[in-house]
Design a protein around this ligand. Structure first.
Ligand SMILES: Nc1ncnc2c1ncn2[C@@H]1O[C@H](COP(=O)(O)OP(=O)(O)OP(=O)(O)O)[C@@H](O)[C@H]1O
Ligand SMILES: [Mg+2]
Length: 591
């Protein structure tokens, strides 16, 4: 978050206060833009006033042609100034809009970098919509809606003041139909909120249905379920059409009334002006001015209403921007010196994902420096979640994690994460060469060290100059095993004192696995290692095995001890022993 103006608030604000806060660094420019918009509307009255002046000259006893030409030129000049002011307002509005969009996007990116990983991961569609789509809408608001609102109000007010100088009854008559227009607006908007809410919900449904269709295309094809998933998208598209038709149908009468009320001023102004003229209260030139000015005095209010409609639509986007800005972050208070050793302690740690049930409950455990600890348990027990608390991808809901005796929340995130190497269960690669992908672990590593890490992790076995191979975003061009070996090479290169391996070799083929295990064992020497493994045989000799079940530590100890003490561990072990002898039989095969 770079500036105070785009910092997060705990309470959501209304759209306009939020916009005003966002534009705080540009308030001077905004005021100039709005003044320019307002004055452009005032200058737009010039032709009407020129008509009044010309009427005065023509109706005078000595109408001189040059005075008429002079007045016409003055009117033309005023129109040009009005146009210049309008274009200045437009240009400044866009300048502010683009600056605010840039600042807000950077602020959101900065905020996202500090959010818990679970708030970001898997939410590409939603986040893209906010950071690109919703922020895009602010351009319309700042560059068009605000100047249009100011111009749309200033024009009628200035005209009403001019009429006031002639006769207050003219002002009243020119504004007489405003209440009718207001009623038409009320009629239009009454009950619309529910429709717009449904519109937003349906649009969001269509969005997520389309995303899940695209993401799951292979699975859907495999199970012949494309049609049913696409059905969700088409249903949403039909519903959007129905809602649009409903809104248009409902607003046809109110809208006609509104437009008529704003254009039918002459019906009131003309009789009033005639009566005033007949009574000798206004002269002929004033009569002309009253009719010309009064006839279209309130028409610019159309712009105000249109602008208000865009504002209402943008408010949903603003709500989403505010919600993202207000997401809690991983707070950083580097108030303690780096710890001198790397023993890890979990003390009564509880954790729940936002809006989720408790995943970890009262976890107490100790991982000694230099030891190999294995974390085992059924799928969904919370093993990955527990491991992700250590580098503070998430913060525990209660309890505390200590590293070398220091609460990890009191260390700088850079210091904490510098000490931890991780191989994820499903590693991600970025667009670039494999060399770049390994290098992110240690950008200043020498090419020889990098190549050695790649060799240790069996990356070179991809064939050819494996390090030069370019991978696409997400690593979709590589197999699961290949991605995992790149991730292992990263961890080896990082050379951190703590190593977390979450199913690090799950996708590696049997031929390479033995060698990768050797490399990992070598990399783990002298380090504090936490291994999450489904294959219990691979962690049989760990210094300590922690059995996690339904978010709780069921038991902790050595293999032989756990076989006796932990029903979950014994069950998992026995199941795996049985599975080892399992064969896939062909029909009729009598094994
Ligand atoms: N980002 C998330 N948001 C909400 N719930 C989540 C999230 N990630 C995991 N969970 C839930 O937390 C629980 C624990 O998940 P976790 O991934 O830690 O299990 P695990 O023990 O690592 O399982 P596995 O052995 O299958 O990898 C599961 O019930 C899962 O549905
Ligand atoms: Mg897991």
């Amino acid at each position: 978050m770079s500036t105070e103006s785009v910092s997060a608030r705990t309470m959501p604000e209304g759209s306009l206060p939020f916009i005003l806060r966002l534009t705080r660094p540009h308030h001077v420019m905004l005021i100039v833009a709005l003044l320019a918009a307002g004055f452009s509307a005032v200058f737009a009255l010039a032709p009407t006033l020129v008509i009044y002046g010309i009427s005065l000259v023509v109706l005078s006893s000595d109408p001189e042609a040059f005075r008429i030409v002079f007045l016409a030129l003055v009117g033309l000049g005023a129109v040009v100034v009005g146009l210049l002011l309008a274009s200045a307002a437009n240009m400044l509005g866009h300048k502010i809009a683009f600056a605010v969009q840039k600042e807000l996007r950077l602020a959101l990116l900065g905020r996202m970098a500090q959010m818990p990983v679970s708030r970001i991961e898997g939410k590409a569609g939603e986040l893209k919509k906010v950071v690109l789509g919703d922020i895009d809408r602010l351009e319309g608001l700042l560059a068009h809606v605000l100047p249009d609102m100011v111009a749309g109000l200033t024009g009628p007010i200035a005209g009403a003041v001019v009429l006031l100088f002639i006769d207050w009854r003219l002002t009243l008559s020119a504004l007489a139909l405003v209440p009718v227009a207001w009623f038409a607006q009320y009629w239009t908007w009454h009950g619309r909120t529910a429709i717009f809410e449904e519109w937003n919900r349906t649009e969001a449904n269509a969005n997520s249905a389309l995303l899940s269709y695209v993401r799951g295309i292979a699975t859907l094809k495999a199970f012949n379920r494309q049609a049913s998933t696409l059905e969700n998208v088409t249903t949403a598209i039909h519903r959007l059409r129905d809602l649009a038709v409903m809104v248009t149908r409902r607003s046809r009468y109110p809208y006609s009334l509104f437009s008529s009320a704003l254009s039918a001023n002459l019906l009131v102004v003309l009789p009033v002006a005639l009566i005033l003229h007949k009574s000798g209260l206004i002269d002929q030139a004033e009569f002309v001015l009253a009719v010309v000015l009064g006839a279209c005095l309130v028409k610019p209010l159309n712009k105000v209403v249109f602008a208000a409609m865009i504002l209402a639509r943008t408010s949903v986007a603003i709500d989403r921007i505010q919600a993202l800005l207000n997401t809690s972050t991983i707070a950083e208070h580097a108030r303690m010196n780096p710890p001198v050793h790397n023993t890890i302690r979990f003390e009564r740690v509880c954790f729940a994902y936002p809006e989720g049930r408790a995943v970890l409950q009262n976890i107490d455990l100790e991982i000694n420096e230099g030891s190999l600890t294995a974390l085992v348990g059924p799928s969904g027990a919370g093993k990955t979640t527990l491991a992700r608390l250590l580098p503070r991808f998430e913060d525990c809901t209660s309890g505390c994690i200590r590293l070398g005796g220091v609460d990890i929340r009191d260390l700088s995130l850079a210091e904490l994460r510098r000490r931890i190497g991780i191989v994820f269960q499903d590693p991600t690669l970025f667009h670039g060469s494999i060399r770049d992908n390994i290098g992110i672990a240690k950008p200043d590593a020498s090419p020889e060290r990098l190549a050695q890490a790649a060799t240790d992790a069996r990356v070179q076995s991809f064939g050819g100059d494996a390090l030069a191979v370019t991978v696409s975003d997400g690593g979709s061009g590589l197999s699961g095993g290949e991605r995992q070996r790149v991730a292992i090479a990263r961890a080896i290169l990082k050379d951190a004192p703590i190593l977390i391996l979450d199913e690090a070799t799950a996708f590696v083929d049997a031929e390479n696995e033995a060698e990768v295990q050797v490399a990992l064992s070598a990399a783990g020497q002298g380090r504090t290692v936490l291994v999450i493994a489904h294959r219990l045989a691979s962690i049989e000799h760990a210094d300590q095995i922690i059995v996690l079940n339904e978010g709780r530590v069921e038991a902790c100890g050595k293999h032989a001890d756990l076989l006796r003490r932990s029903p979950t561990y014994a069950r998992l072990w026995n199941a795996q022993q049985r599975a080892t002898g399992w064969k896939l039989a062909a029909p009729g095969y009598q094994g």
